[in-house]
Design a protein around this ligand. Structure first.
Ligand code: CU
Ligand code: ZN
Length: 368
């Protein structure tokens, strides 16, 4: 079939919205008709060419939500008509990592996904007979896509798909960090560094875990206002004195949990140092620049702090994304408030501009 899609032709150039070919799903694959797709920093990062693992040309986009149209041979987890969210973080349920239950980092399709192909090592996307690579196993800046069934979470049909798309990436990352990877205990003091999509998700997750105090730190008053809406009890403008301030307000001990959601290694260091002596946990979710390292004075470790990180917030995607969306439907998470702009596919580059200017939390492309 022919579809319209946003193609990254060359790094550091605007995406081109054009017609490409999409082949039918093979065994284990699913064709999804997309209804919405969030525009994420990771898409922009790849488009910029700064990410050393990026490749072009490809069809970008990974925060998709849509409806299953056809399924390939052997697919059992979804049927045509099911509502789904695409998963850059797949879950096969059968690999050594999935079977362990200890991690959400599935190995089944990882290698080919990183190269821009579906699990059998080929692409379903093409143009003029030339294969076009897939992005993060998703390629959702497109009217339709073919993905592995491991890359789809089946969700409630009650969820509006523009909002459901946010659970494909940033929002679930933040929620998962606070609920699954480093689960906040009742009454805990929490500090969240960064009030973008991920940080706000961590704020909401900490609230759902019944944290006692949720301090959110950011440089933007507008974002801190949102943080209060989602459950922050204290909001601070960040600076060199943030760690001292955390210590001062916790009788010198530090916070039970700190979540870093900026990708800045200097802020990660603050998150480590703001964690409580004895049992504080620092969970890093931001992606640092290539070659950057995180400095930790070992004394912070031997005095009882745990430093950990999570991809996709530790969320086991096919099992847990539907549960998080159910919490949204139950009214526990005001996810609609994160959708700041609704755009058409033709406006995808405008979405990048909005992100570049930090205008709003999430722009979502809607497909008619
Ligand atoms: Cu993303
Ligand atoms: Zn797996």
């Amino acid at each position: 079939m022919q579809i319209r899609a946003a193609v990254l032709e060359e790094f550091a150039t605007p995406l081109t919205v054009t017609t490409v070919d999409l082949a039918a799903p093979k065994a284990g694959e699913v064709l999804v008709r997309l209804k919405a797709c969030g525009i994420c920093h990771t898409d922009m990062y790849t488009a910029s060419g700064v990410d050393p693992s990026g490749y072009a040309p490809c069809v970008l986009g990974h925060e998709g939500a849509g409806v299953v149209e056809t399924v390939g041979e052997g697919v059992t987890s979804v049927v045509p008509g099911d509502h789904v969210v695409t998963l850059f973080s797949p879950q096969c349920g059968k690999c050594v990592n999935c079977l362990s239950g200890r991690t959400n980092i599935c190995m089944a399709i990882r290698e080919q996904q990183n190269l821009g192909y579906l699990p059998d090592g080929t692409a379903r996307l093409s143009r003029d007979g030339e294969p076009l690579r897939h992005f993060m196993g998703c390629s959702t800046f497109a009217e339709a896509t073919v993905v592995s069934e491991y890359s789809l979470a089946k969700i409630s049909k009650d969820a509006p798909l523009a909002t459901a798309a946010l659970f494909a990436c940033g929002l679930s990352t933040g929620l998962g960090a606070a609920m699954y990877k480093a689960p906040v205990f009742e009454g805990a003091t929490v500090v969240v560094f960064g009030a973008g999509m991920v940080g706000l998700g961590a704020v909401a997750g900490a609230r759902l875990q019944n944290a006692g105090r949720i301090i959110c730190v950011d440089l933007s008053e507008d974002r801190l206002e949102l943080a209060r809406h989602h459950g922050a009890t204290d909001t601070w403008i960040g600076g060199a004195d943030t760690v001292d301030r955390v210590l001062e307000e916790t009788d010198g001990y530090g916070a039970d949990f700190t979540y870093e959601a900026t990708g800045l290694v200097g802020v990660m260091q603050q998150a480590v140092e703001a964690a409580r002596i004895g049992w504080g946990t620092c969970c890093v979710t931001g992606v640092a620049g290539k070659g950057e390292t995180l400095d930790i004075v070992p004394r912070y470790l031997i005095t009882g702090r745990t430093v950990m990180g999570a991809s996709f917030g530790g969320v086991k995607s096919r099992d847990q994304v539907p549960l998080l969306i159910d919490r949204y439907l139950a009214g526990d998470i005001d996810a609609d408030a994160f959708v700041s702009h609704r755009l058409s596919l033709d406006d995808v580059n405008k979405g990048f501009d909005l992100m570049h200017h930090q205008d709003g939390i999430r722009s979502v492309i809607e497909f008619s």
